[in-house]
Design a protein around this ligand. Structure first.
Ligand code: ATP
Ligand code: MG
Length: 332
């Protein structure tokens, strides 16, 4: 297998949750362990799309870093970096944004959904254009594959479009990346009516304590009725909890249904909390270990950011040359 370039990341809006794990992190670690180059971006520009208050960004960045390391991202081979510390990404965003009609940007369904869910209906220019900023991140690294959750598909489509538009205008420069969806591209939240999200108060975080997990699952929304059965149509909340049980215990959903025949929601939920806690325990322990060494954590980010700058600069040389923005005669 030829080595692939992977780029993916998360907004520093909080720490990672179970949806991230099954939607993206699991694939990242697998791809890394198969020998591919996995770049992880902490998207602090994107942080600002639906909020301006920044007091938690640094702490959240640290939390993300701890989550990555605890889940098995190896920073020696897989750089972890901060978006705003790689200025080439902002430069590329400017160039790419000229290729995108505003009417096209306004069609992106995930942007509309985020505006509704977290930006209280207000759309800033930054919110409208963040898929193009994300396209810059992806294209700057000559990315082959982007392991993401379902909400990201419209952004990857926009990335491919803008790559084609650039290639048409300035000559073949970018390859078109592909999204890699996991088996569970959209884990629903504990409120059962939208995706699990860092910012919507409906998540089980990888860093949650045992007690918190028990409490959250106990109060998770369920459907009417008593029977423990997987029926996505009529019992979507329970179906999501059963899916979690399956994912974190490895037991088939049918087997779980059989186990809980004649039993109630309360018992099922208490057991689900145990299953989730057993899965999270090693992650919690690893997090605690990594958290002890601040100097190491800072080094990981510094080295990851240096490597990201170096790699994206290679692409940027090509981009500037294609655009004649290398000014070969008057700026050398
Ligand atoms: P926020 O609510 O602050 O935007 P988030 O939970 O949506 O946070 P992001 O940082 O926006 O997390 O997304 C990081 C990655 O995780 C993306 O690839 C996204 O598709 C994926 N992801 C997020 N939530 C889920 C989910 N519930 N199920 C599967 N994948 C998810
Ligand atoms: Mg999000």
């Amino acid at each position: 297998m030829t080595k692939k370039r992977i780029l993916t990341g998360d907004r520093p809006t909080g720490s990672l949750h179970l949806g991230h794990y099954v939607g993206s992190i699991q694939n990242r670690v697998k791809l890394q362990n198969e020998g591919n180059e996995v770049f992880t971006i902490i998207s602090d520009f994107q942080y600002l799309t639906d909020r301006l208050e920044t007091k938690d960004v640094e702490r959240n960045t640290l939390e993300l870093l701890l989550d990555y390391l605890a889940c098995g991202i190896n920073p020696d081979t897989s750089p972890i970096f901060i978006q705003s510390k790689v200025p080439a990404l902002a430069e590329l965003f400017v160039y790419l944004s000229m290729l995108v009609p505003v009417s096209r940007a306004q069609q992106n369904p995930t942007v509309k959904e985020e505006v509704r869910a977290t930006a209280k209906g207000k759309m800033s220019l930054g919110m409208l254009s963040f898929p193009v900023s994300q396209a810059a991140d992806i294209l700057a690294f000559d990315t082959d594959l982007v392991p993401v959750g379902e909400d990201q598909l419209p952004h990857i489509e926009q990335t491919r479009e803008v790559a084609r538009a650039f290639n048409r205008v300035y000559g073949e420069t970018f390859k078109e990346p592909e999204a890699l969806l996991s088996k569970v591209p959209r884990l629903m939240g504990l409120d059962a009516n939208q995706k699990m999200s860092k910012s919507r108060g409906n998540a089980v975080f990888l860093s949650d304590s045992k007690d918190t997990v028990v409490k959250k699952i106990k109060t998770a929304v369920t459907d009417s009725g008593k029977e423990i059965m997987y029926d996505k149509e009529n019992k979507p909340a329970l179906a999501n909890l059963l899916m979690m049980y399956h994912l974190f215990s490895g037991k088939e959903i049918k087997a779980v249904e059989t186990m809980y025949e004649g039993k109630g929601y309360a018992e099922f939920k208490a057991d689900l909390a145990e299953v989730v806690n057993a899965f999270l325990e090693p992650i919690r322990r690893a997090r605690e270990e990594f958290a002890k060494d601040e100097a190491y954590l800072s080094l990981v980010l510094k080295q990851g950011t240096a490597r990201a700058s170096e790699e994206s600069e290679k692409t940027m040389k090509r981009v500037r040359k294609a655009m004649r923005y290398d000014y070969p005669h008057i700026f050398h």
